[in-house]
Design a protein around this ligand. Structure first.
Ligand code: F6P
Length: 340
């Protein structure tokens, strides 16, 4: 078979490991050939792609970013399923492996419903996709955020300051929860849970009273008290959604005003998505890539590979895309025992 492979949406550590896993298994075990589609769905509708032989994926597992490039283009704005089928036919492409998050996999589901032979691979540092225990990229971003919290804590302690660390997470607070727990934060604020400023002030003051430099970890999508929307840095992203960013700075100013404790903020931003994947993410992503090729081989169209405990299996794409995997209340409560 001739398989097209593409990466779409925000980039994520481990994308190259998936590509390598798929090409290695497809070439060695099934004798498939691959076309690397450039910049996600854009490359498919614009017929922009290249051959991806096995020697092109050598040593790729540890490389950050994606060698194929990515975009947030939707094929439904550029000719839809008919155009995708047309390009696939002209390239003699039998199937597509689409590596992406919620937006990409929703597109894959719609294309599948229109008869396109597609298999998905879940990707997102936010870990917000249902029907898989973990997405690759999440472990790397938590590791980066945790190391950053450790570093920010020592400077905060030296200056007797409060430090607010803003991490990614538009709709869900998994990165904030895990990095905050690992880094021993005195407060963790996530989009799923409304927390009033008085409570945050209480946690910060209690940490300060014990001689600690208070550390607050906040997800970019946290909605501060009195507001109805998350803080935006201005502009919109590829999906037309407001670009988020700035809640950390807002909270630091507010905390300084209310507590009198000198406060600083740090937005970790794209550092969380860049660079080499952790060993966990390399292993998961490589297994996902190999499993995606198995799914193609067995004609499991309209499915996505998924981690279930320690096993990789496939699930219907509609199960993965119907709702986001938010942080359950009990996971937040478990963490909040350590606040203050
Ligand atoms: O990868 C998902 C994500 O990390 C979100 O948490 C965040 O809102 C978004 O990416 C920002 O990415 P970009 O600036 O590329 O749109």
């Amino acid at each position: 078979m001739r398989i097209g492979i593409l990466t779409s949406g925000g980039d994520c550590p481990g994308l190259n490991s998936v590509i390598r896993g798929a090409v290695m298994k497809g070439d060695r075990i099934y004798g498939h050939t691959f076309l690397g589609v450039h910049d996600g769905w854009r490359g498919l509708v614009e017929d922009d792609m290249r051959d991806l032989p096995r020697h092109d994926v050598r040593g790729l597992s540890r490389q950050g970013g994606t060698i194929l490039g990515t975009s947030r283009t939707s094929p439904f704005d550029h000719g839809g399923s008919d155009r995708v089928k047309e390009v696939m036919a002209s390239r003699e492409m039998d199937a597509v492996i689409a590596i992406g998050g919620e937006g990409t996999l929703t597109v894959a589901k719609l294309l599948h419903e229109d008869g396109v032979k597609v298999v998905g691979v879940p990707k997102t540092i936010d870990n917000d996709l249902s029907a898989t225990d973990y997405t690759f990229g999440f472990d790397t971003s938590v590791a980066i955020a945790t190391e950053s919290i450790d570093r920010l804590r020592t400077t905060a302690e030296s200056h007797h300051r409060c430090m607010v660390v803003e991490v990614m997470g538009r709709h869900v607070g998994w990165i904030a929860l895990h990095a905050g727990l690992a880094g021993g934060a005195h407060a963790i604020l996530i989009p799923e849970v409304r927390v009033g400023m008085d409570e945050v002030v209480g946690w910060v003051e209690s940490a300060k009273d014990r001689g600690r430099a208070p550390v607050v970890v906040v997800a970019e999508g946290f909605v501060p008290e009195g507001d109805t929307e998350a803080v935006s840095s201005g502009g919109v992203d590829g999906f037309g959604r407001p670009r988020l960013g700035g809640v950390g700075q807002y909270l630091a100013a507010e905390l300084e005003k209310r507590t009198g404790i000198e406060s600083r903020s740090m937005m970790l931003g794209y550092l969380q998505r860049g660079g080499v994947p952790t060993a966990f993410d390399r292993v998961l992503a490589t297994r996902f890539g190999a499993a995606a090729v198995d799914a193609v081989q067995h004609s499991e169209w309209g499915t996505m590979v998924s981690l279930d405990g320690i096993d990789v299996s496939t699930v219907a794409l509609h199960r993965a895309t119907r709702q986001l995997k938010t942080v359950p209340e009990h996971r937040y409560e478990e963490a909040s025992i350590l606040f203050g």
